[in-house]
Design a protein around this ligand. Structure first.
Ligand SMILES: NC(=O)c1ccc[n+]([C@@H]2O[C@H](COP(=O)([O-])OP(=O)(O)OC[C@H]3O[C@@H](n4cnc5c(N)ncnc54)[C@H](OP(=O)(O)O)[C@@H]3O)[C@@H](O)[C@H]2O)c1
Length: 242
């Protein structure tokens, strides 16, 4: 299966789900730009990706998406490095395991800025670049927490509901231009984040991040008349889910 996508920006591409999405793209000849705060993680990810002789170009941008100007700066730098943009993957995110009563204003602001405000303005600044692409695409990595509420995750849930909310409007605003906007809503993927947020979960029952990157690849290689707005991806656990 093939895609015409050639240039992609993946936020949080240095680790976890974002790294595996990036790996899938580079293995299939797509030039990528990955962004994250930690320079060492970015360098290690780039080194790992380039070990594959088939890998396409890998650019890294060290940036903190909590900062107000970061989205505009990141899109400009990524667009210039890649020579254009076909795909934006809004994957970078943080989780907070705290009851509503114990969540501070600072923690609320931080999670909302990274998980909701940054992707909002990344989309805004990416649109002019995407309009020059023949296959303009945005993929949002939301969460099951964007649809449901879980104890001790109220701020995280609010941030992912916000992400889903603006994405529904965005998809309609740009539909007439052929810009495809997808949301993936996973739950329980084996990354550093889940280890910290849900230490109670059995590791062997977690989703492998390559299962998420396979689904991203499916979406990118099936640009037909059937449009997938949102994919809910839950663990195939033997116990009840919600
Ligand atoms: N794992 C799960 O079970 C699960 C389930 C549902 C949804 N998700 C969502 O999937 C996405 C990826 O999660 P993950 O599990 O792969 O997490 P992860 O392993 O913790 O990786 C998070 C990535 O985001 C980057 N990042 C975090 N804060 C950032 C900031 N302020 N500025 C720039 N980059 C930042 C990190 O790089 P630096 O730390 O170097 O900045 C890292 O590359 C998140 O949006 C998460 O909410 C995860």
């Amino acid at each position: 299966m093939k895609t015409e996508i050639q240039r992609a920006l993946i936020t949080g591409g240095s680790r976890g789900i974002g790294f595996h999405i990036t790996k899938k793209l580079t293995e299939n000849g797509i030039d990528v730009c990955i962004a994250g705060r930690d320079g060492t993680s970015l360098r290690e990810a780039k080194g790992q990706l380039l070990q594959n002789p088939l890998s396409a170009q890998v650019h890294t941008i060290q940036i903190d998406l909590e900062q107000t100007d970061a989205p505009q700066q990141l899109i400009r730098e990524a667009g210039e490095k890649l020579g254009g943009l076909d795909l934006l993957v809004n994957n970078a995110g943080i989780c907070l395991n705290r009851s509503l009563e114990e969540t501070s204003l600072k923690e609320w602001d931080r999670i909302m800025h990274i998980n909701a405000r940054a992707p909002y303005f990344l989309c805004q600044h990416a649109l002019p670049w995407l309009r020059d692409s023949s296959v303009p695409t945005i993929i949002q990595i939301a969460s099951v927490v964007g649809h449901n509420g879980y104890e001790s995750q109220s701020a995280y849930a609010a941030s992912k509901h916000a992400l889903l909310g603006f994405t529904k409007s965005l998809a309609k605003e740009v539909q007439h231009e052929g810009i495809r906007v997808y949301t993936l809503s996973p739950g329980g993927v084996a990354t550093e984040m889940i280890g910290a947020a849900r230490p109670d979960l059995d590791d062997s029952a977690l989703i492998d991040p390559t299962e998420i990157s396979d689904l991203v690849w499916y979406i990118l290689t099936h640009r037909g008349n059937a449009m997938i707005d949102n994919l809910m991806i839950r663990r195939a656990a033997k116990t009840a889910w919600s």
